[in-house]
Ligand binder design. Sequence first.
Ligand SMILES: CCCCCCCCCCCCCC(=O)SCCNC(=O)CCNC(=O)[C@H](O)C(C)(C)COP(=O)(O)OP(=O)(O)OC[C@H]1O[C@@H](n2cnc3c(N)ncnc32)[C@H](O)[C@@H]1OP(=O)(O)O
Ligand SMILES: Cc1cc2nc3c(=O)[nH]c(=O)nc-3n(C[C@H](O)[C@H](O)[C@H](O)COP(=O)(O)OP(=O)(O)OC[C@H]3O[C@@H](n4cnc5c(N)ncnc54)[C@H](O)[C@@H]3O)c2cc1C
Length: 664
Amino acid sequence: MEGVDYLADERKKTEFDVEEMKIVWAGSRHTFEVSDRMAKLVANDPVFRKDDRVMLARKDLFKNTLRKATYAWKRINELRLSEEEASKLRSFVDEPAFTDLHWGMFVPAIKGQGTDEQQKKWLPLAYKMQIIGCYAQTELGHGSNVQGLETTATFDPQTDEFVIHSPTLTSSKWWPGGLGKVSTHGVVYARLILDGQEHGIHGFIVQLRSLEDHRPLPGITVADIGMKFGSGAYNTMDNGLLRFDHVRIPRDQMLMRVSQVTRDGKIVQSDVPRQLVYGTMVYVRQTIVQDASIALSRAVCIATRYSAVRRQFGSSNGGPETQVIDYKTQQSRLFPLLASAYAFRFVGEWLKWLYTDVTQRLQANDFSTLPEAHACTAGLKSLTTSVTADGIEESRKLCGGHGYLASSGLPELFAVYVPACTYEGDNTVLMLQVARFLMKTVSQLGSGKPPVGTISYMGRIEQLMQCRCAVKKAGDWLNPNAVLEAFEARAARMSVSCAQKLSKFSNPEEGFAELSADLVEAAVAHCQLIVVSKFFEKLQQDIPGKGVKRQLEVLCGVYSLHLLHKHQGDFLATSYITPKQASLANDQLRELYSQVRPNAIALVDAFNYTDHYLGSILGCYDGNVYPKLYEAAWRDPLNDSVIPDGYEQYIRPLLKQQLRVAKL
Ligand SMILES: CCCCCCCCCCCCCC(=O)SCCNC(=O)CCNC(=O)[C@H](O)C(C)(C)COP(=O)(O)OP(=O)(O)OC[C@H]1O[C@@H](n2cnc3c(N)ncnc32)[C@H](O)[C@@H]1OP(=O)(O)O
Ligand SMILES: Cc1cc2nc3c(=O)[nH]c(=O)nc-3n(C[C@H](O)[C@H](O)[C@H](O)COP(=O)(O)OP(=O)(O)OC[C@H]3O[C@@H](n4cnc5c(N)ncnc54)[C@H](O)[C@@H]3O)c2cc1C
């Protein structure tokens, strides 16, 4: 029935102020209002319909995306939206497109690595979309190993130009989003060669297509790399391949904030560290952490609402069956994901602050916090995307058979999201960067330079190596200090243990390679500690609204104790806790699930997602799932006719043949 709220009884159980929780989730009242306005604008505009996306063939799908992206740009200009509003509007359109790379990587690369003059020349064109750009770094042969890229940029002093060339098949650029069919320009990463000498990887602005007729410029071969995982999903994006045959660009199109090439072909290094060539990746990793909480919360919202609607078993005296959300097994799979979504939201907020802080310091030539910013963005990108990708798949299973239907929204969400574990740095490769940072920190302990920021706990290494958990009863695990010390001791001990093993190798690189699986585990422990500690820091803020802080305390407990339970092997092996204390943590966790239960629907309502954005029948706000599933089945093109196409050609002859066999 239209207008009936099938989840009304659930909403009546709520013990906190949902409207205030929406503000906490959004980050501020202002952000909430902007998001809410942009989400509704998109949801109410039929051009942004997306329920037919998974049915479209690639060409139609791609053209449809072009239509939506250009219409979104038109609306942004007509309504004179601010940068913040425009970015929100694009995210609610919820369809990967060339514009993501243009705004998300091409523009930031020029901003971060271009000189003032270069920014003045290129940014106005990019801001008006008079040129469209991509980020062309990865090649067929190398993605993770950026130093291994093969494209060359050779300076020709005669003409004052760089010659961009792809010397091998494996040097073909491969994957850049927006490159395949749309981009007119790219920031292309290549090995700089001056007078026969190599000078490492640098970024160059290269025009790829004519601004008149969109044809590739002379010497350029460009195409789409083909279909990717899933239907709909990331196939809206034209990931591309690109080859250069001695393509010439003016010298001033090398991005020269980090190093400059002079008219006579000499390289001049500025004070800026060379790692800033990787700066765009640091920026995007930080945004990916913020996006992880969005993707996970969408999946959790769908699974939570459906778990309250779905009933199986347990009817007594003809009464209703049990809501599947009441099964402890369902809660133990669902509520940690709900808590993780909130945890990632807060750590993402903090990481954005850290990134802004490091950017301001870099502008003042203070490079001291760059290694920590790299380790935090790399590690948290890796941790949050892995948990989110697994969490979306778990949410699908939490919805039983119906979760496998495209109309649940979960298969497409998974297919769109899962490459986040690979792009912007493979998650294992990134955790190894964190491990390097940790090993360096341990080796410098006692050098008189105290570790700061997220690594400051290492400054108390002696205490952390010796302390023992003081928990005596389950409720003691609600004490933030007990939880924090447990995570600090576990992380510190795992790092020190790796460092001790490493010191036995005469060749440290060999040791690092041999111990890399243990090192990744130590890095994960460190990153989980960061997330837990940022959740506790959030709770120290003034949080208004009836019961809001209390709910967040419960979720923080669920997040940290479920990690403790899942990784109890680490905590036990490092001898910080006893088996009895591990068991008490699990008892407390079960108790916390009971406290989440009456608030579960309100906790996902606080994400404030429109039905359009969720794109899921199972997750619709009113919970009226069954009639909607039934109607959606009838909308499938296979049901356009009672007798399917192909009946005469295949089914009829088959049945006839079986008849003949039966007669024999
Ligand atoms: C609104 C926004 C929307 C978002 C839009 C986007 C949507 C998303 C769409 C999808 C878009 C997908 C788009 C895409 O996918 S774009 C392509 C993304 N590609 C990658 O992420 C490649 C991954 N590989 C690397 O980053 C490097 O090559 C690594 C790091 C693995 C090694 O590298 P290398 O072999 O050179 O280094 P080293 O290990 O010898 O270390 C040397 C030193 O450098 C330091 N170091 C290393 N890296 C950094 C750094 N970054 N900042 C600061 N420092 C750094 C390091 O700590 C060490 O320091 P020290 O120990 O010597 O002191
Ligand atoms: C959807 C999508 C969009 C993309 N968009 C862009 C884009 O816009 N621009 C762009 O330039 N690139 C883009 N990429 C490329 C992406 O950045 C790379 O694929 C990514 O960095 C991983 O590199 P790789 O493919 O070389 O993986 P590989 O490094 O080949 O990884 C293969 C396996 O080897 C392991 N491995 C590799 N090195 C090590 C090591 N040192 N130690 C231990 N294990 C290791 C990895 O863990 C992984 O299991 C995109 C990729 C995808 C999937």
